[in-house]
Design a binder for this molecule. Structure first.
Ligand SMILES: C[S@@+](CC[C@H](N)C(=O)[O-])C[C@H]1O[C@@H](n2cnc3c(N)ncnc32)[C@H](O)[C@@H]1O
Length: 284
């Protein structure tokens, strides 16, 4: 059977970077000044690096892949995303599905799949591909969300007559809770680290832009007005609209037949396997 992206992924991402960009913008209201998923401090970056479902390539505007000597390959199924990815210097860009990677076996030292596994119709097929293209001892880094991620935003859609505007509605069952089991079927040394952060949003506008992005088009005026009233009432009462985040970084090792799992190239950096913390959140 030919591999295709999900219907939802096509409607959200195939022809535009706008929906993703609007949602990324909301995370500028994070309470943790340190970002994990777009910095190289926790990612096991080394040698030949592949990012799958790389989106707008935000990670590589923060990580100096050239200075670190990484050989970078970026992929996404979306032509719009790939056009954006081609603006990143010294990166090879390939438009392809995550479950059908056009690369030979054992071609990479690191594979990254951030915030994308839950969009796939067959995540297991993609994980098998990630394992195939990794060298023995190579590392996978995956970011996914808990089932309570952004629960306060998920409550708005149903309250304004748009029950489909919730994160889980068009996603598979990959969450922070289930993903380690999926990875363990293909990898060893699976380590989960929770990112301590919430969102503290001072005005209604970024939340309305988020809802538009979830709908894939501007909300009709009546629904927009209902959403604005709901959000503004919370801001008036509490000073801001507080949203719980629940994102985790999961790292794992490709089968190494007795070899140690590769560690990040930078000297002095702790191994991701030694930094496992689960369930810790930071309140500021
Ligand atoms: C939520 S975005 C995350 C983008 C980026 N990884 C980040 O963290 O900013 C999900 C990305 O996965 C891509 N995607 C969805 N389904 C895919 C598939 N089957 N194969 C490859 N990419 C896919 C989308 O086009 C989109 O760019």
């Amino acid at each position: 059977m030919p591999v295709t992206p999900s219907v939802h992924a096509v409607s959200q991402y195939a022809t535009t970077t706008g929906n993703l960009t609007a949602r990324i913008a909301l995370h500028t209201y994070g309470t943790n000044p340190q970002s994990w998923f777009d910095s190289d401090e926790r990612l096991p970056l080394a040698g030949d690096v592949l990012e799958v479902g790389a989106g707008t390539g935000r990670l590589w505007t923060h990580v100096d892949h050239v200075g670190r000597g990484l050989r970078l390959t970026l992929t996404d199924f979306s032509a719009a995303m790939c056009a954006q990815l081609r603006t990143i210097p010294a990166a090879r860009v390939q438009q392809c599905d995550a479950a059908d990677l056009p690369f030979p076996d054992a071609a990479f030292d690191t594979v990254i799949a951030n915030h994308m596994l839950y969009h796939l119709d067959d995540p297991d097929a993609a994980l098998a591909e990630f394992a195939r293209v990794l060298r023995p001892g190579g590392r996978l880094a995956v970011a996914v969300n808990g089932s309570d991620h952004l629960a306060e935003l998920d409550a708005i859609g149903p309250a304004i007559g748009r029950p489909e505007l919730v994160l889980g509605a068009a996603q598979n069952d990959i969450t922070a809770e289930t993903a380690p089991g999926y990875l363990a079927a293909h990898f060893t040394d699976v380590t989960v680290e929770r990112y301590p952060c919430d969102l503290d949003i001072p005005t209604a506008e970024p939340i309305l832009a988020y809802l538009d992005s979830m709908a894939g088009e501007p909300l009709p005026p009546e629904q927009r007005s209902a959403a604005r009233d709901l959000v503004q009432a919370r801001i008036d009462a509490e000073g801001s609209f507080r949203v719980r985040k629940h994102s985790v970084l999961i790292t794992a090792c490709a089968e190494s037949r007795g070899m140690n799992c590769a560690t990040p190239a930078a000297p002095g950096r702790p191994s991701p396997a030694g930094t496992a913390i689960t369930g810790r959140t930071l309140r500021t």
